[in-house]
Design a protein around this ligand. Structure first.
Ligand SMILES: [Zn+2]
Length: 470
């Protein structure tokens, strides 16, 4: 018996349906016609790193201990990046491995550094400098068509159609790798590039369609090969259009909750360096280099990225700041102000709820204490409060100099395009396999791990948050 999980980062049913209804995406359509299907409810925040591992561990962030890409380190006064080692709990494929099943995990974000399994892990975004596959020597067998981290960035200076042809190759390479590792009981593959297209190309129907089509071809290949097994289609979260981006820390500074250092500038002229690189078609050149060199170059390009992507720790006057935010409205009170914490949070909540966008809409839908959102032993490592956005407004962490992205002048963006799409809590779900009849359901992301363990007749840990769907 074989289980294949096709994980499309940021996929949701809504944008696919018009094409499916016209008969243009037969791979996706098979889940609607012949299997369990519906929206998959993600974590809060519906963000790549916590969400993917909540799927594989089967638990909410209060139990995995990871709520974001990074955490605030109040001792060192910095944002600390997190990786696979930061998570508590075992992935369902660890349990399968311990029961003698062979597993292959391809490109799932937050799996670096790769864990030891009975099989192979090719870790996904975001890599460090160490071995990125388990076993480490597996890297040598990976064909050059498999790009380690995407170098095909949508930029101002390149035609999106050109970028898309590189992405199509990358998408195909993920499905090729699944076929290369077909001799496994479980195969999980992620296509991270799917999310990248949604963020920057939501308003470009043709590029979006090319992306759907590339994934659909891969889905059809898997369904054809896995006729006798179970195939899941899932995502870490969905995506949808946005009207503007909101810089939460700029707002906190404006309202006096966050204090900024004076005379601290954001190193400039990086944009020009990257612009030159993009004009020279740097991505095409980089693509021809070995994976290890590609990775170093991409990291350097991203380090040169405009301030819109960087952590602003050097600009924050940490001791004087009462509240600091991560992306997605994750709000943390400085432990120095612990005694006033509840009053501070009430005050911030009131101001956030009163906030209106430029088009007069509520920006924040709801404000909840961390303990109302999460449960488990690591709730206190999470945010003190979560401001849940109206989905038209994506909340961001950097200090861009403006509360709203639409106020950032053209030159402030450097080579980067502003985002036109962002995450939604409803991702995509589908399951086809022996004895499964078509039915619409709306599972949670925590349900997949127990469902897969049950298919393999393995015991389901009692503290998993999900329930088997079969
Ligand atoms: Zn994602």
């Amino acid at each position: 018996m074989k289980v294949v999980v096709i994980g499309l980062d940021g996929a949701s049913w809504d944008p696919l349906l018009p094409y499916i209804n016209r008969g243009e995406l037969p791979g996706y359509a098979q889940f609607l016609k012949g299997g369990l299907h519906g929206p998959l409810f993600s974590t809060i925040p519906y963000l790549t790193q916590p969400a993917w591992k909540s799927y594989s561990i089967g638990k909410n962030p209060g139990k995995t201990g990871v709520f974001h890409w990074s955490k605030i380190d109040w001792k060192e006064l910095k944002f600390r990046s997190l990786n696979s080692l930061s998570f508590h709990g075992e992935d369902y494929w660890d349990i399968l491995s311990a029961n003698g099943h062979k597993v292959s995990i391809i490109d799932m974000p937050s799996t670096y550094p790769p864990d030891k399994v009975n099989g192979v892990i090719i870790s996904g975004f975001n890599h460090g400098d160490g071995p990125w596959t388990y076993p480490a020597e597996f890297e040598k067998t990976i064909p050059s068509s498999f790009v380690k981290e995407s170098v095909h960035l949508f930029t101002r200076n390149q035609d999106p159609e050109t970028t898309m042809s590189g992405l199509e190759e990358e998408i195909r390479s993920r499905f090729d790798m699944a076929e290369m590792l077909w001799d496994s009981d479980l195969i999980h593959l992620s296509v991270e590039m799917n999310d990248h297209v949604a963020h920057f190309m939501w308003n470009n129907d043709h590029v979006m369609y090319r992306n759907f089509k590339a994934n659909d071809e891969g889905i059809q290949r898997i369904l054809k090969e896995n006729k006798d097994g179970y195939t899941f289609l899932m995502s870490d979260h969905g995506n949808g259009p946005i009207e503007d981006e909101f810089y939460t820390n700029e707002f906190l500074a404006h309202e006096g909750f966050l204090s900024l250092k004076e005379n601290e500038t954001r190193g400039v002229s990086r944009e020009s360096v990257v612009n030159v690189g993009t004009k020279l078609r740097l991505d095409k050149m980089v693509r021809k280099l070995p994976n290890s060199v590609q990775n170093r170059i991409v990291k350097r390009i991203r380090a040169f990225d405009s301030s819109m992507e960087s952590y602003p720790e050097a600009r924050i006057n940490w001791k004087e700041s009462r509240v600091v935010a991560l992306d997605e409205g994750m709000l943390y009170v400085n432990p120095l102000y612990a005694e006033e914490k509840e009053n501070i949070l009430d005050d911030v909540a009131k101001r956030l709820l009163a906030l209106r966008s430029k088009t007069g809409k509520n920006v924040i839908k709801n404000v909840l204490r961390g303990r109302e959102v999460y449960w488990g032993p690591y709730v206190s490592d999470g945010p003190d409060m979560v401001a849940i956005s109206n989905e038209l407004y994506h909340q961001r962490l950097p200090l861009s100099g403006h509360v709203w992205a639409s106020d950032i002048p053209e030159e402030g963006w450097g080579y980067r395009l502003p985002q036109v799409g962002h995450h939604r809590i409803k991702g995509i779900f589908g399951l086809v396999g022996p004895g499964i009849a078509p039915k619409e359901i709306s599972p949670s992301i925590y349900d997949l791990a127990p469902t897969i363990l049950k298919l393999f007749n393995c015991d389901i840990p009692a503290d998993m948050d999900g329930k088997p769907l079969l």
